[in-house]
Structure formats: C-alpha cells, structure tokens
Design a protein around this ligand. Structure first.
Ligand code: F6P
Length: 381
C-alpha cells in the first residue's frame, strides 16, 4: 500500500504526533507513506520539483514532542472551498483535476487529511469525487465537530493561556489593575472557558453567551468593593461586544478576521469601572510550542487509528474522540455542526458555581460572587 498524508489550515500542537503515529503503524504493516508539503498545495505539480517526500519511521521518530508540523501548512491557497448562490460548495475544476492526477500517478490507495473545518470541507469534496480520503480533526479551538469530545491542540493552547494568566495575575495584583486577556477560539469559547476556570478568572466572555457590559461592570465593581485587588477578564476573540463581533480588516485584500475585542473591552471597562485596565492579546503563542502530554497521546492515537480505518476501507470517514475511545463518523457528519459551549452545560454551571461571571446576570444573581481569600486584599476606604 502507498498512502498519502497531509495537514492543512492553521497548525496546532500535536500534528507531528499524528504523523509519527501514522508512519509507525503504516510501516509496521509494510506500507509506504508519502507526506505532502504545505497542505493540499502539495498535491499540485510545481515546475522543476515536487512538493512531497517519503516519510519513514527514521524520519518521524520522536517528532511527537515537536510543535508545528514537519510538512508545513497553509490556510490559504488553491483548495479553499467556495460556495455558489445556492450554497453549493466547490473548488476550482482544474485544481481538482490536478490533485486527482497526482494521487493516481503516485498510486495512492488512501489520503489522510489532518485539518480543521475548512480542510475537512475540501476533503469532503475530494471524497465525493471518489477519492479514498479520511480526515483527522485538528484545532486548538476544540470546536470542530459535535461528535468529537476533544481535538488535539486544545489542551496545549489552554496550558499556554493558563501559564500566561498566572503571570499576568501577579503584576495585576501588585498594581491593583484589571487585566483583559484576549484568547483565540474563533466562534467558540472553549479556550476562554477552560483557561478561565483553571486560573480563577473573574470574568469569562464567550461567543455562545451574550453578555451585557453593564452587568459585567456591576459584577466587577461588587468584587472590587469587597476588597479584591486584581480583576482578571478572559475574553474569547469571537465574543460579541454590544451584540457584534469585533474584527480587524486586512488593508491589502479587504479580508476581515476576528480580533481586537480585548483592546475595545479594556477601554470600555476602564471607563465604566474607573479601574486602571490593561489588555493582552495572547495570539499565536497559543498555537505554538510543544504539545502537552494529552495532545501527544491523542495525536499518536489518531495517527495509529487512521491506519486501522484505512485497513477497514472506511473511506469518507473522520476520526473522533468519543469519551475515552477513538471512533469515527462520516466526514459529512464531522462538518455538519460545530462543537460550541452550551449555556446550560455542566461545565458552565460549574464555572458559575465557582464564581465566574459570564456577563449575563446581575451580581445578586451570581451563585458565588465572593472572591477567594487568596485573591482579596484589604477593603479600600
Ligand atoms: O486555528 C484556529 C485559529 O487559531 C483561530 O482561533 C484564529 O482566529 C485563527 O486560527 C488565526 O489564524 P491565522 O493563523 O490565519 O491568523
């Protein structure tokens, strides 16, 4: 068997672990593995060269601890799915034909795509064309599909955010400041929620729970008046300020992307609370660096299970983490519904009981608005 593997879209910690697991299990069955460079672009011919390499266990041995991806990636390029006015997805016909030609010429019996929702949508189109594709979900946002309890990359990103907030808290405490930390997550609030709980943040603002800035202000003032020195606000990049997401426009191509809510929110909160406030955008630090143990193991398991899926000829499938087990759903299913934070979920209720403010309730409605002793100072006169 000759199998191709590629990763596409934004990188995240754990991709190399998938590649190592896959190559190791594939070679133990006597298969050969071709790794394509820079996402789906590696499937396109280039003048005077090739955009792939043979991956062997010697090459991939112990790369599980390395961040990024040894294959390179892109979240732009020729394979972006476009939609017509009826919502029908497609990629350029010529691009599709070239990709097919490469797959046939190399004699690939399967293609493994490690990717987020955009990549899975491209993979679905290739699969619909009859190509033997399987996908592996990847994103720090943890929002890829309802069927997967976690995606690798998420725990590593949360670890980075926790470490940063722990640091930010000490300086905030010294100066009696409020700190607003903007985190990634796209249109989901998983990173904000998990890092907020882990670091005992005061406020966590996520896209899935509409917040009222006045309620946030009243809750913060209540905490401040009870003698708390520092206030920590974690805001997801996709959270909506006054009902609208905050975006940044790329001057060169006019594209808009989420970003900037940390800055806007810190200004508004400082003005309304009178508390000196700073903001910090953690940005791509969340995607960089070595994967944590959980993501290494999940990545390795996904890599090995991908080989099992190919052996069973379950093409058109996506791997998912179901509880403690790696299972599979159709690629179609994997892109149907993103996995978002549910307002009435146990994790949100737990966060509320721990005193986290989501900005949708008044201070009196909060189950536990009292600061913990470790975070209180003397009540200011
Ligand atoms: O991988 C997902 C993500 O990290 C989002 O949370 C974020 O908005 C986006 O990627 C940033 O992408 P880029 O690398 O293109 O700036």
């Amino acid at each position: 068997m000759i199998i191709g593997i590629l990763n596409s879209g934004g990188d995240c910690p754990g991709i190399n672990a998938v590649i190592e697991g896959f190559v190791s299990a594939a070679y133990s069955r006597g298969w050969r593995v071709i790794g394509f460079h820079d996402g789906f672009e590696g499937l396109l011919p280039v003048a005077g060269g090739r955009r792939y390499e043979i991956l062997t266990p010697i090459k991939t041995h112990k790369i599980r601890s390395r961040g990024g991806t040894i294959l390179g990636t892109t979240n732009t390029g020729n394979f972006i799915v476009r939609y017509n006015k009826f919502g029908r997805p497609s990629i350029d016909k010529d691009v599709m034909a070239k990709a097919k030609k490469t797959i046939t010429a190399l004699g690939l019996q399967a293609l493994v795509v490690i990717g987020g929702d955009g990549s899975a949508k491209t993979a679905r189109l290739l699969s619909n064309e009859g190509l033997p594709v399987i996908t592996i979900p990847k994103t720090i946002n943890n929002d890829l599909c309802v069927a997967s309890d976690f995606t690798f990359g998420f725990q590593s990103a949360v670890g980075v955010v926790c470490d940063s907030i722990d640091r930010i808290r000490t300086t905030a405490n010294s100066h009696q400041r409020m700190m607003v930390i903007e985190v990634m997550g796209d249109n989901s609030g998983w990173i904000a929620l998990y890092s907020g709980i882990s670091t005992a943040a005061d406020v966590v603002l996520v896209p899935e729970i509409d917040f009222d800035i006045e309620k946030v202000v009243r809750c913060i003032k209540a905490r401040k008046n009870s003698g708390q020195r520092e206030i920590i606000v974690v805001v997801a990049e996709g959270a909506r300020l006054n009902g609208t997401p905050v975006t940044i426009r790329n001057k060169d191509n006019g594209d808009e992307r989420l970003g900037g809510i940390g800055n806007r929110l810190s200004r508004e909160l400082q003005e309304r609370t009178g508390i000196e406030t700073r903001y910090c955008v953690l940005g791509h630090t969340q995607r960089g660096g070595s994967p944590c143990a959980f993501d290494r193991i999940l990545g390795l398991r996904f890599g090995v299970e991908a080989v099992n899926l190919i052996e069973q000829k379950k093409f058109g499938s996506s791997l998912v983490l179901e509880g403690l087990n790696v299972g599979s759903v159709s690629i179609e299913e994997s892109v149907k519904m993103p996995r978002l934070v549910q307002q009435d979920s146990q994790i949100v209720r737990t966060a509320r009981d721990l005193g986290i403010i989501f900005g949708d309730r008044e201070p009196d409605d909060l189950t536990s608005a009292k600061p913990t002793p470790a975070r209180t100072g003397k009540k200011k006169s």
